[in-house]
Write a protein that binds this ligand. Structure first.
Ligand SMILES: NCc1[nH]cc(CCC(=O)O)c1CC(=O)O
Length: 306
């Protein structure tokens, strides 16, 4: 292979991610030519509705998969958080790269932390996961929807529509916007989204040559952690309609996965945590899902999907 095309969304964060993978590939393979095919996805176009109302994360990846299927591109770089738990037939994940900061970030021009916000303060987030965890801890805050790419969300904060917003620390750090982060929420306070902070590289299935070329970009610890998180979400039938989170860490050979499912108001919050050797990442994910289902997660999800 002498030339590769990376399909990417056109948002500045997506482009940063694609360029990062391009640079890593050309570092590894100096003779390889890598170009980036920027694309707009439905998820980027529909900005007036929250994601859970328009069909969820798949909207960010479908157009990119179409480019892979057509042969217009060889690989697609995604925030793995945006990749549906089941890939369509004919596609494969070739690598999951080392995770950036997985935490949620608190951004505000007036306050240093959530605890400082006066009652009634308006906090922007369009993630049900962030919303329910926020409501559980700070029921006196006014949580309002906030969509758009990272820059758009910061602009809406700066224009005064919100007193504070929550977004992924990883995106801000990649865009060198770390200075905007006033506080990072610990995973205990705001359990991250499944896969948050990690990049995934998707290819067409049945390309062992490309699989081998991309293998050095895979980070085994991140791969194990994110596999456990995704197996949990898959076993829960996870979708954007359901407030859920999952975050795994690896210590030695031991993976620990914590997951939650909640009602959007944050009044019911089911949590489970299990540890297992890293080679059993998928089984670990299913075990955490089973514990959540045993506590009634299926009732919460059935009510939400009604
Ligand atoms: N939902 C959009 C999205 N997808 C990935 C990231 C951040 C980067 C990452 O999690 O890898 C973001 C922005 C955010 O949630 O604030």
């Amino acid at each position: 292979m002498t030339q590769l095309v990376i399909a990417s969304r056109e948002s500045p964060l997506a482009m940063w991610q694609a360029e990062h993978i391009r640079d890593r590939l050309t570092g590894l393979y100096p003779d390889l030519q890598v170009s980036i095919l920027g694309m707009t996805t439905q998820g980027d176009q529909i900005l007036d509705k929250t994601l859970n109302k328009i069909g969820g994360k798949g909207l960010f990846v479908k157009e990119l998969e179409q480019a892979l299927a057509d042969g217009r591109a060889d690989l697609a770089v995604h925030s793995i958080k945006d990749v549906p738990m089941e890939l369509p037939d004919g596609f494969a994940l070739a690598a999951i790269c080392e995770r950036e900061d997985p935490r949620d970030a608190f951004v505000s021009n007036s306050y240093a932390s959530l605890a400082e916000l006066p009652p009634g303060s308006v906090v922007g987030t369009s993630s049900l996961r962030r919303e329910c965890q926020l409501r559980a801890r700070f029921p006196q805050l006014d949580v309002r929807p906030l969509r758009g790419n990272v820059q758009t969300r910061l602009r809406k904060l700066d224009e005064g529509e919100y007193d504070a917003i929550l977004l992924a620390a990883a995106g801000l750090k990649r865009l060198k916007l770390d200075a905007r982060i006033r506080a990072e929420l610990s995973p205990a306070d705001s359990l991250p989204a499944v896969g948050q902070g990690a990049l995934g590289i998707e290819i067409r299935a049945g390309r062992p040559d490309l699989m081998a070329l991309l293998a050095p970009l895979n980070h085994p610890v991140t791969y194990a952690c994110v596999s456990a998180e995704r197996a949990m979400s898959r076993a829960l039938g996870g979708s954007c309609q359901v407030p859920l989170g999952g975050y795994a860490t690896q210590d030695g050979d031991q993976l620990t996965l914590r997951g939650f499912v909640a009602t959007t108001d944050g009044r019911t919050m089911l949590t489970a945590e299990v540890s297992a050797p890293a080679e059993y990442a998928d089984a670990l994910g299913r075990a955490v899902a089973r514990k959540l289902l045993d506590q009634g997660a299926d009732d919460i999800m059935a009510a939400l999907l009604d």
